[in-house]
Write a protein that binds this ligand. Structure first.
Ligand code: NAD
Ligand code: UDP
Length: 338
């Protein structure tokens, strides 16, 4: 069992990962500035697991704070979720994205190096792939120039981390390229709680279902896909959380930098998401067909064979579970954690 620092652990994916870490017997320290989350998520994680974790409200850009954390807690490895993630916002305020994501990751790596901690699992994204690649996307395919500043920060951080492992063989770093995380823990006690109008499809659908939004706008119905709407690879957040535990185990006994796709390998269209949500949950989702959203690609889904072969990871949940669990969370928490 290991002592794990989870940056951004109060957030959507972080809270689900903390729960799985505690259930697996690890000791967990969370560092989060709560800029996009609530400490209530961690209270619920502790109630669900009947185990405690240590929460520190702080910022990854604060090197002195990180030094203090590493002095006070013996840490074996870091899972790094902290960062800003709104694509549209990243076009409006790029410097904030460069600072929180890129400078924040450098600050974290510097503090890890000072503390002698060299195992890191980083939250990357499928957005780093070149848009010209044809799905299923595999890890050997070229990365490209992401169309937005958020994606650009993920690409830069991946490259910086890779260079770090080349320069200093003490580092061992996992780059997990997430596809589209959705769903929630079975209990419905923790889930995705975006602030303001959701950018992502799933929280938008559940907020329509619960009556917080009038109707779903489907962005683009003339793509070259099964029904004209965009195709993505939706992955249950609990499967995604477990991928971090597998990556952690892999990195505890390895050196260097390696990327893994975390997706199911199934391409699902927006209309299929909407229709299946209605069938599984027995609620209607009013919708309209709207113009394409700038920067969207028609189709993106994973070749996940590397993660399955090398990490011993296997996704357990299908689309119906994802949609039932998303709705279970939203229904029980119509206003999220507030
Ligand atoms: P989230 O916003 O729920 O979680 C991120 C957490 O980091 C939040 O709790 C926030 O308060 C915290 N945070 C932000 N800046 C910080 C800072 N400077 N110092 C300390 N804490 C800070 O987002 P999420 O969906 O759980 O995503 C987690 C990670 O996964 C992010 O890095 C995100 O970019 C990446 N990712 C997410 C998706 C997705 O669709 N959700 C897809 C690919 C990659
Ligand atoms: N989408 C949509 N309406 C919304 C939000 C998203 O039609 O309100 C579509 C979007 O165009 C894409 C898919 O849903 O085809 C997934 O979008 P999301 O923003 O969730 O993830 P992305 O793949 O863009 O990171």
């Amino acid at each position: 069992m290991a002592n794990i620092l989870v940056t951004g652990g109060a957030g959507y994916i972080g809270s689900h990962t903390c729960l799985e870490l505690l259930n697996a017997g690890h000791q967990v320290v969370v560092l989060d500035n709560l800029s996009n989350s609530s400490a209530e998520s961690l209270q619920r994680v502790q109630a669900l697991t009947q185990k405690s974790l240590h929460f520190i409200e702080g910022d990854i850009r604060d090197g002195a704070g990180l030094d203090q954390l590493f002095q006070q807690h013996k840490i074996d490895a870091v899972i790094h979720f902290a960062g800003l993630k709104a694509v549209g916002e990243s076009q409006q305020i790029p410097l904030a994205y460069f600072e929180h994501n890129i400078a924040g990751s450098i600050s974290l790596a510097q503090a890890m190096q000072r503390a002698g901690v060299f195992k890191l699992v980083f939250s990357s994204s499928a957005t780093v792939y070149d848009e010209a690649n044809i799905s299923p996307l595999n890890e050997e395919m070229p990365t490209g120039m992401p169309s937005n500043n958020y994606g650009y920060t993920k690409l830069i951080i991946e490259q910086l981390l890779e260079k770090l492992t080349i320069a200093d063989e003490r580092w061992s770093i996992a780059l997990l390229r997430y596809f589209n995380p959705v769903g929630a823990h079975k209990s419905g006690q923790i889930g995705e709680d975006p602030q303001g109008i959701p950018n992502n499809l799933m929280p938008y659908v559940t907020q329509v279902a619960v009556g917080r939004r009038e109707k779903l706008s489907i962005f683009g119905s003339d793509y070259d896909t099964v029904d004209g709407t965009g195709v993505r690879d939706y992955i249950h957040v609990v499967d995604l959380a477990n991928a971090h535990l597998c990556a952690l185990n892999n990195r505890l006994n390895a050196q260097g930098c390696r990327a893994w796709n975390i997706g199911t390998g199934n391409g699902i269209s927006v209309l299929q998401v909407k229709n299946t949500f209605e069938q599984v949950n027995g609620v209607e989702i009013p919708f309209e067909l709207a113009p394409r959203r700038a920067g969207d690609v028609a189709t993106s889904f994973a070749d996940n064979r590397r993660a399955i072969a090398e990490l011993g990871w296997q996704p357990q949940y299908g689309l119906e579970d994802m949609l039932a669990d998303s709705w279970n969370w939203q229904k029980q928490n119509p206003n999220g954690y507030r």
